[in-house]
Design a protein around this ligand. Structure first.
Ligand SMILES: Nc1ncnc2c1ncn2[C@@H]1O[C@H](COP(=O)(O)OP(=O)(O)OP(=O)(O)O)[C@@H](O)[C@H]1O
Length: 769
């Protein structure tokens, strides 16, 4: 068929469709893809044919549009359709393209599906316009489909491959080859790459599009997607959508190249691992690799290899990464630059065949250290860990540009273990730089807690060598006050004198420096003051009173038996050490001279609540005495301690010391004033009956006259502390004997009565508790 006949055919067609031509004029812009079928298919054919008739009838059918259309269909059909079309051959009479199908669906004859008999019709130049329009429509459609396809593909990448943080790698060489101006030279290569990369039905169109839409002024080589996908890239740079195919192609091409590189790395690493394993095995079985080459030596300082995945690498091409890697390796001052892994990567970066180089390096490993086997195994483990990580990451990132680079960098320094430096103390006992450490006679004690405070002292619970716990009493005093120094020396002497007594706190060590005295003692749990306070709100229990009164008196007995007057007895000066009450603090105690009942103290700092009247009176007397040659000595003796003891028992039973209801100075005056009697109620404030034996004991200790006070032994043997357990039968016997005795001797003298009482008590002795 000739072109003339085709033109004629179109001409006659247009005449038949005059009315449709007017309809077609409404269709002035290319329809969108969404309504392409409904809009275009009903009009395009009519429009093109009618317009063709009204325009240049001499235009040849060999329009570039046809070429392009034919090219676009070349994926499904042999690229000969256009040739057939123009030459009039009929071999492609029923060819269909996307565009053609649309046309056929409207029951119109498609321009590209015309039978050769139709093609041979001459339509002339009048078809140019309609072809132009079709070209536009086709272009729009192509762009639309391309854009959607690219977007869909990009999304897929984005979702599955952390594209948000990793951009496509730069492939400068690839870009250059693809978008070089001499694209015609590389078009074959381009097309083959494109077909491998894209599965889109428009893939071939892309190739044609690259050439057709390539803009010379656009620097495709410099495209840097950063974190963008092609769509985002186009939007960001306000590019035409017609650039999308090219940009998408670049994008996908880069990714493909990266994946290849990653796979290559993985393969190389596996190869390296297997080689390394085999090296290790052969080593352990005696077939050492050691003698092959000594160029690389394993040693304990070989640096571990670490995986590094950084954002800075994520968007770089493998070429750049290699370059960076090389720079890193070279720049870092690694202690063992000949470490195997280090060397491996250097070699890799220098040569194209990494596997070969790694194998070579491993072969060159010389193991001449004694522990080379262990070191090699450790290296294997590290290598395997890195490879496992790499494999996992490769699997995760098979489609994406997640550039994870394994390279050698110096191992982190081992954690610095802090050494606790113990400062050796000077010869004098001083606190070390650590405030919690106290040194006494070159022994270190670590403070645990504060146990109590005195007037000028603090007592700490401390931990010494072997984690043993002690009480450390730290006394600060005026270094130039001789009397104070003498007093402390006296206390130390007494403690040393009584160090074997179980009822006295044990002095283990001491050191006296300038204005400081350290005493290391055995440590008690609680003092009696704390114990009494603890029981303050509890009901009175005479067994409790008996127990602690007896314990206290036994302590006092030890002191008194040693010829010592404590003179500052108070609940706080008794501490429980593992259940045994012990006496502490001999600060104002003094040794009682031989055969002397009383001693005179030069200083007094007792506790008014528990101080004996004679001590206060004596002090008051000496202070007011005009005859000052005796100084302020005052008379104090063992009975003073018994007064204090009576006050403590009184507090145990009544809840406060005898003169506890007086405040301040009045308390002192009341103690000294004989007219102020101590009350001994038979009931407590809680209406608890108080045994007469208890009242008797308290009265016996709180006689104003020191000479009348019971001794410690007598109090310890008091009925209250040593009560009788008399049964009913014993009581019956007692009564019968009394009646018989009275019937024989109606009168009894006082002496006889005492004898009888003593006799009875002796008999009851077996019943004492
Ligand atoms: N060895 C010890 N074990 C447990 N606690 C102790 C020990 N020595 C002293 N304490 C506690 O420290 C407190 C003060 O101790 P101490 O009585 O020896 O000091 P002080 O300076 O002599 O006091 P004061 O001068 O008022 O008598 C005591 O009440 C007691 O609670």
């Amino acid at each position: 068929m000739s072109t003339n006949s085709f033109h004629d055919y179109m001409d006659s067609k247009s005449k038949m469709n005059t009315r449709q031509l007017s309809d077609d004029e409404e269709f002035t812009t290319p329809p969108k893809l969404s309504n392409f079928g409904s809009a275009l298919l009903s009009h395009t054919e009519k429009a093109s044919t009618s317009e063709a008739l009204s325009t240049n009838k001499n235009d040849k059918i060999a329009n570039p549009v046809f070429e392009e259309m034919n090219r676009s269909s070349s994926r499904s059909h042999p690229p000969s359709s256009m040739g057939n079309l123009t030459s009039g051959h009929t071999s492609t009479s029923s060819q269909s393209t996307l565009f053609g199908r649309y046309l056929r669906n409207s029951h119109q004859t498609s321009m590209t599906t015309m039978n050769t008999s139709d093609i041979e019709m001459s339509v002339g130049n009048s078809l140019d316009k309609s072809f132009e329009r079709i070209k536009n429509l086709r272009q729009n459609m192509k762009e639309d489909i391309t854009s959607k396809y690219a977007e869909r593909r990009s999304k897929r990448f984005l979702i599955s491959n952390r594209t948000t943080k990793l951009g496509p790698a730069k492939r400068a060489t690839t870009l250059k080859s693809v978008f070089d101006d001499d694209v015609a030279d590389s078009s074959n290569q381009l097309i083959s790459i494109s077909r491998e990369t894209t599965e889109s039905p428009l893939a071939d169109s892309y190739q044609a599009g690259f050439r057709g839409t390539r803009k010379k002024d656009m620097k495709y080589e410099s495209i840097d997607f950063e974190d963008l996908n092609p769509i985002q890239y186009i939007k960001k740079h306000n590019l035409s959508t017609s650039d999308l195919p090219i940009i998408s192609q670049i994008y996908f091409d880069r990714q493909r190249e990266e994946n290849k590189q990653a796979a290559l790395r993985k393969h190389s690493s596996r190869e390296l691992l297997s080689r390394n394993r085999s090296s290790s095995t052969s080593l352990s079985s005696g077939n050492s690799l050691a003698n092959k080459d000594a160029s690389i030596t394993f040693n304990s300082s070989s640096q571990p290899r670490r995986k590094v995945s950084t954002g800075s690498f994520s968007s770089k091409s493998s070429v750049e990464i290699r370059k960076t890697f090389k720079e890193n390796v070279n720049a870092s001052n690694i202690n063992s630059p000949n470490g195997p892994v280090h060397k491996i990567y250097k070699e890799i970066s220098r040569n194209k065949d990494p596997d070969c180089e790694k194998r070579e390096v491993l072969r060159n490993i010389s193991i001449n250290a004694n522990h080379a086997d262990n070191i090699l195994q450790q290296e294997n483990k590290r290598l395997k860990r890195s490879l496992d990580d790499a494999i996992i990451n490769e699997n995760e990132d098979v489609n994406v540009k997640n550039q994870e680079v394994f390279y050698h960098r110096p191992a982190p320094k081992p954690p610095v273990t802090k050494k606790v430096e113990i400062v050796e103390p000077a010869r004098t006992a001083t606190s070390s730089s650590n405030r919690n450490m106290i040194t006494v006679n070159d022994s270190q004690y670590e403070k645990i807690e504060l146990l109590g405070r005195g007037g000028s002292s603090r007592v700490y619970k401390v931990k010494g060598s072997g984690n043993k716990v002690y009480a450390l009493k730290r006394v600060s005093f005026d270094a130039f006050d001789d009397s104070s120094i003498d007093g402390f020396k006296g206390e130390i002497e007494l403690l040393e004198k009584l160090k074997d007594e179980k009822r006295v706190i044990q002095l283990l060590d001491y050191e006296m420096g300038d204005g400081l005295l350290y005493l290391i003692m055995e440590c008690g749990d609680h003092d009696l003051s704390q114990i009494l306070n603890q029981r303050g709100n509890m009901s009175l229990d005479f067994n409790f009173v008996r127990f602690y009164a007896k314990e206290m008196l036994q302590c006092i007995k030890v002191v008194h038996d040693a010829g010592i007057v404590h003179s500052d007895l108070k609940p706080a000066n008794f501490v429980l050490v593992k259940g045994i009450l012990k006496i502490i603090d001999f600060g104002i105690a003094n040794a009682v001279p031989e055969h002397t009942v009383n001693i005179y103290r030069e200083t007094q700092i007792g506790t008014p609540n528990y101080m004996a009247p004679e001590a206060l009176v004596a002090m008051n007397y000496t202070q007011n005495n005009d005859n000052r040659h005796d100084g302020n000595k005052w008379k104090v003796g063992r009975p003073s301690d018994m007064w204090s003891c009576g006050c403590i028992v009184y507090q145990m039973i009544y809840g406060k010391p005898p003169y506890g209801s007086f405040q301040g100075q009045n308390r002192l005056l009341a103690i000294m004033n004989p007219d102020v009697k101590i009350p001994f109620p038979e009931h407590t404030s809680n209406d608890e009956k108080i045994p007469k034996s208890a009242i008797e004991l308290m009265k016996a200790c709180l006689y104003r006259n020191p000479d009348k006070r019971w001794t410690v032994d007598k109090v310890l043997n008091s009925t209250f502390l040593q009560p009788f357990m008399i049964s009913e039968s014993i009581m019956e016997d007692l009564i019968r004997n009394a009646v018989r005795y009275g019937s024989e001797k109606p009168q009894i003298s006082h002496d006889n009565l005492n004898d009888v009482v003593e006799t009875v008590l002796r008999k009851f002795a077996d019943y004492k508790i």
